[in-house]
Design a protein around this ligand. Structure first.
Ligand SMILES: *Cc1c(COP(=O)(O)O)cnc(C)c1O
Ligand code: SF4
Length: 421
């Protein structure tokens, strides 16, 4: 078993990071022996029995954690659950809150918007995030969630056929999972197959590797070459090929990330970032300001900041809508307008601007959004976390009285506004 002291020497070795990634609690225990108090490991062990995501963590991310302050550390919190911080779920949390499986005409493809599609090409990632929106399919089974198997290469032909037959699709997000887990040959074949489709004008490859395994870009020459080949071919076809990534905290922007981002920038690749707003990780204005400024300095465009989706096992990460709205106001103006992210509530009707709610009952923590392009007339909700509500509202939700109390009518497509009642 590797020791944490080996990590520094192997920081730039991508294959070593993969080989030594931790996927079982016993490996974590061995790696952190003597680094972390027993008590912390015990709490993590108990936490893992109650959540929807399995663990996968490479040595690089483990060294980003400040283990002397592990309880409050924003990096640890994203990847390793501790039993003491978990909260009972709001009754409206589900395993697939964006209803991706209902918008999936063929396995592995989500077609929600008229001209965009989301292609789920793999169910694995370099590390697993505890708040993952796609916990229904990503990672290994846990006690809480048995995974759907919809993302393996055996489904690619069906998804590609669907895209070929659907001329309104101009834009394909290639995600998962994480495209950094594809073999170079598969990435090349997939990219070329998509570029060959005339009506597809934009490809975005989604990978968290830039933030959690940046040595991938410096050390896995074969993979980078395949990606740049697709990028350059896209250029000659006058198509947009770019990279989407996922940083949540300014401490994730390390000198290795900077080198990887420089390589992409020099090659001409545009990189956009999507952040998830997470309690105890990045839910204060200064952290978000530091994050967007740091991203701007390494030429990564801060595209979106998402409210945490209503996924089972993530209640402790969630924030009320009004908190997200407040944070947006505090961030806007702190750096270039084009580097200021849009704050988003994602719904089965698509992504909505955080300030665009049709109504907001703060007592019960219910807001409603419309999405005329995706589903005219239908209301999509965000439910604030129970902790942010008063005692009687919490009671209403917990006891199930909200059903009797007629609150279920809020889910009716006909319902558009509390004010109109
Ligand atoms: C997020 C998403 C997209 C891309 O949306 P943009 O707002 O253009 O980034 C496409 N399809 C699905 C299903 C999505 O969730
Ligand atoms: S990298 Fe993305 S898909 Fe993978 S576990 Fe994290 S949030 Fe989920």
């Amino acid at each position: 078993m590797q020791r944490i002291s080996d990590v520094d020497a192997m920081q730039l070795n991508n294959a070593w990071q993969d080989r030594n990634a931790i996927t079982r609690f016993s490996q974590l225990q061995a790696l952190l022996a003597g680094v972390v108090p027993e008590e912390a490991l015990e709490e993590i062990k108990m936490g893992l029995q109650r959540v929807g995501m399995s663990i996968r963590l490479n040595p690089y991310v483990i060294t980003l954690v400040d283990w002397t302050h592990f309880k409050t550390d924003p990096i640890r919190r994203q990847f390793l659950p501790m039993s003491s911080e978990l909260e009972p779920d709001h009754p409206c949390l589900t395993v697939d809150s964006l209803e991706e499986r209902d918008h999936s005409p063929v396995p592995g493809l989500v077609h929600r918007y008229p001209n965009k599609a989301l292609f789920l090409v793999t169910s694995v990632c370099p590390v697993y995030c505890q708040y993952c929106t796609r916990s229904y399919a990503v990672g290994s089974d846990t006690a809480l969630v048995q995974k759907d198997h919809v993302t393996s290469p055996q489904f690619w032909d069906g998804a590609l056929d669907y895209i070929r037959k659907t001329p309104q699709i101009e834009d394909v997000v290639i995600s998962g999972g994480d495209v950094s887990r594809l073999k170079a040959a598969h990435l090349r074949a997939l990219g070329n197959a998509l570029l060959d489709i005339e009506h597809v004008r934009r490809l975005r490859f989604a990978t968290k590797a830039l933030s959690v395994q940046p040595m991938k870009f410096l050390d896995d020459k074969e993979w980078v070459e395949a990606f740049l080949e697709i990028f350059e071919r896209g250029g000659t076809l006058f198509k947009h090929v770019c990279l989407h990534t996922h940083f949540n905290h300014p401490r994730e922007i390390t000198p290795i990330v900077e080198r990887a981002a420089r390589l992409l920038h020099e090659a001409g690749v545009f990189v956009r970032n999507q952040t998830v707003l997470l309690r105890g990780v990045n839910d204060d204005a200064q952290t978000l300001i530091d994050l967007v400024r740091a991203l701007g300095r390494v030429q990564i465009h801060p595209y979106y900041v998402y409210m945490c989706d209503m996924i089972r096992g993530t209640e402790h990460f969630r924030l009320p809508l009004h908190r997200g709205q407040e944070l947006e106001k505090q961030i806007r103006g702190s750096t270039a307008g084009f580097d200021t992210p849009l704050f988003i509530v994602d719904t089965p009707g698509g992504k909505r601007d955080i300030h665009s709610e049709e109504f907001y009952d703060q007592d019960l923590g219910i807001s409603g959004f419309l999405s005329p392009v995706v589903s005219p007339g239908q209301v999509f909700h965000y439910f604030d976390p129970l902790r942010s509500l008063g005692a009687s509202a919490q009671e209403t939700w917990i006891t199930g009285r909200w059903r009797e109390n007629n609150l279920a009518r809020l889910s009716s497509p006909a319902f558009t506004s509390i004010a109109a009642e």
